[in-house]
Ligand binder design. Sequence first.
Ligand code: ATP
Ligand code: MG
Length: 397
Amino acid sequence: MKRCFVCYFHEIILKRKNRAFFERHLKENVEKALAGLPYDSIRRLSGRILIELVPDSPVEEVGARLQKVFGLVYCCPAWSSVQHMEQLQEDLWSLVQSREFDTFKIDSRRANKKYPLNSQQMNEHLGAVVGERSAKRVRLEQPDLTCYVDIVEDYAFLFFEKLRGGMGLPMSSSGRVVVLLSGGIDSPVAAYKVMKRGCRAIFVHFHSLPHTTPESLEKVRKLVALLNDYQYRSKTYMIPFADAQRQVVAFTPEKTRVILYRRIMMRLAEAIARRERAHALVTGDAIGQVASQTLENIRAISDAIQLPVLRPLIGDDKEEIVAVARRIGTFETSILPHDDCCSLFVPKHPETRARLEGIRKIEGELDIEKIVGNALSEMKIEKTEFHSHMEAELATP
Ligand code: ATP
Ligand code: MG
């Protein structure tokens, strides 16, 4: 029997008219996710992707990587047997033999309807052999051991474990977005959420070097490297923001500073979106979380640009956001102490109910085009390759 992984897609993908498009993206993403690991082949079967392994494939690592592939519902570490029932029985027994259990069940599926036995008959044939030889009982509700059998095309797969896949839609199947990535907890989670829906993220970070430390950029790079696990290659625009802040501080009242900073950030991000052919911007705002995130201010900030701003965390409480950040592994990096450009020059009493007309008028005192143009002319683009965080970790003693 050959070791393999059988991966299942989301039903939604199967029902869509553009199924072939999604399947192609998924297969390509599985190939990218397994880059650098030894395996034999990756192929599309009906509603599934089959990864055939070689003896030195690291099964756990393959599983861990597949679990981050969006669009997969389950990834099952499996054995490829044969369809002939007697041999299938022997193969199943050889796998079950060494396992500890008191109760078991067989859970058969048949995608190939030409197979002579239906799933109930398969359960009976296989269950009889396991039951007789092990002298253990069948239990349909919560057995110790579930033996999954899947008959697809000419294959017969056996497995005992279903690992949860990345869910959502395949990476890049929904187009591109520009994510405003700070070093905080929220924006990496916002990025993850839209990435999970098939959006490729282009990252934009605003820094205030030399007023902020180089470590704050390192932190952003680390966050990008973690998020890059889901999209395999990333681009980050590092945009200097100190000059814009100085202009705002010099020419506008203290109270509205944060809103003006944000409006400038939005314009810069929109310029990157045009350049990258992205359809929307993404931020980590949640209603009322901080002063700049009241409804009035959200409106005053979005007013600066034309592209839609997606705010996937808009209705989330901090606890919910933190739970996701922990699960995807960005939390530990996000809470490292850092100085954000936004913690510089912040007013003591920021405006919480910005009036659009007033904001536009105050902004008229600034040469916005010049501020935006200067920042863009000094931005730096950084590229992140797949699994660079692992290499970075290996390199640090
Ligand atoms: P986060 O945890 O993501 O930093 P926050 O709760 O601190 O969010 P704000 O500081 O008000 O909230 O920022 C709101 C959003 O604006 C962020 O989620 C992010 O999308 C964007 N943003 C803020 N600062 C920056 C920055 N320096 N670079 C890029 N985007 C930023
Ligand atoms: Mg922040």
